[in-house]
Design a protein around this ligand. Structure first.
Ligand code: SF4
Length: 389
């Protein structure tokens, strides 16, 4: 009896603390999400319903290739079968809830999830190419000091179909606004992809596999803050997509100050895991480095960064930091940015300076969600304009 009361108490507490997570869990117990069914499972369900097995492939095509968002869109199926599908399954799909266009043509999109939470994606045009930046979690638990998403806290992981949908919808936004197709996909939005790796992996499989939209893995980049266990797993799986690491500092002292998870994933271990990743996949790694005035933009920082980079083939993206209220870091001066670049180039490193994009529309992830007072999303400040191409 006592145990039961305890469980009931914990349940009540959970419901109060995480109302959205509770709603989501409840929703998942209702009609099953059809997109979690494999083709074999669908065929078996169709057989039980006295339907032909080949309908399974047709349904999968509607879901993943044609991105149907309602059963009635599946016009190659009979009305009777569509009604059966409606009666047995749900077909949740992300909705575009906000769309903001920047002067530099960057488009920020807010996606409303089935449980009414919000995540963000960004379409970034650059040099005739279009990049979709998507989220992997609702909020984030890692608490990086420069990041607006960190202020939301962590609410829940995105499910693989929610990750997939962001790409499908950004592709649509790209075609409607620029009459062009997406070129690249980066998992650099809200959340740490390696903290939700199973769903990220499945979404990438669907995006690149047969029966889906068929994006090339070489055009997909997973960006992590440096979760060593996840990097090793990607290496062992010999993934075909690219890896980017948000490095932002080349000493443990500085890196732990802005990225707390560095304490458990220090630079020495991170360097070893990146070397291992390169050995296993043959892929060159991208290092992202936000330049902050008098914090990480001095010649000694450049020298230490160069030593770190010697361990594996890489290219470095330098990104001028866009300051945010309440955060003590400032933008590096232009001259210092150029000096930093030159110092790295003198050490034979490949370096690009990336411009922040969509700063007039708060394109960096976490900013839009921070302004929406949705249950489960906390805080109200913004993230620096670190959205780059
Ligand atoms: S920078 Fe990335 S890992 Fe760090 S808090 Fe923000 S979303 Fe999470």
């Amino acid at each position: 009896m006592e145990t039961r009361r305890k469980i009931a108490g914990n349940f009540k507490k959970f419901k109060e603390l995480r109302p959205q997570a509770f709603i989501f869990a409840k929703m998942q117990k209702e009609k099953p999400n059809i997109r979690t069914f494999s083709e074999a499972e669908l065929k078996s369900w169709l057989a039980d319903q006295g339907e032909k097995a080949f309908r399974g492939r047709q349904i999968r095509e509607w879901l993943w290739k044609k991105h149907a968002t309602a059963f009635d869109e599946m016009t190659s199926l009979s009305k009777e079968l569509r009604n059966k599908l409606k009666a047995h399954f749900r077909l949740p799909a992300l909705q575009v809830s906000h769309l903001q266009k920047s002067r530099d043509k960057t488009i920020k999109v807010g996606f409303r999830l089935e449980d009414d939470l919000l995540v963000e994606g960004v379409l970034i045009p650059s040099g005739g190419r279009y990049t979709a930046c998507i989220s992997s979690q609702v909020g984030c638990a890692l608490g990086c000091r420069f990041c607006a998403t960190a202020r939301l806290g962590w609410n829940r992981n995105l499910v693989f179909d929610e990750i997939f949908d962001q790409v499908a919808l950004l592709e649509k936004v790209c075609r409607e606004n620029y009459q062009d197709k997406l070129d690249n996909i980066v998992l650099m939005g809200m959340g740490e992809p390696l903290q939700n790796y199973e769903n990220v992996r499945k979404a990438i499989e669907l995006l690149t596999g047969e029966g889906g939209p068929g994006y090339s893995p070489s055009r997909i980049t997973l960006s992590t803050v440096g979760i060593i266990k996840g990097i090793k797993r990607m290496a062992d799986e010999q993934v075909k997509y690219n890896l980017a690491v948000s490095l932002h500092a080349a000493t443990d002292e500085k890196r732990s100050e802005i990225i707390p998870v560095n304490r458990q994933n220090n630079l020495e271990a991170l360097g070893r895991s990146l070397k291992y990743f390169h050995e296993k996949t043959g892929t060159r790694i991208t290092l992202e480095y936000l330049l902050m005035d008098n914090f990480n933009d001095n010649p000694e920082d450049a020298a230490k960064l160069a030593v770190f980079c010697r361990q594996f083939p890489c290219k470095i993206n330098l990104i001028p930091y866009n300051p945010v209220e309440g955060v003590p870091y400032k933008t590096s001066e232009e001259l210092k940015t150029l000096r930093f670049k030159t110092l790295l180039e003198k050490r034979n490193l490949v370096v690009n300076i990336r411009q922040s994009r969509g700063t007039d529309i708060d394109a960096a992830c976490g900013q839009l969600a921070n302004t929406q007072k949705k249950p489960g999303l906390r805080g109200k400040s913004g993230r620096p304009g670190t959205k780059t191409t």
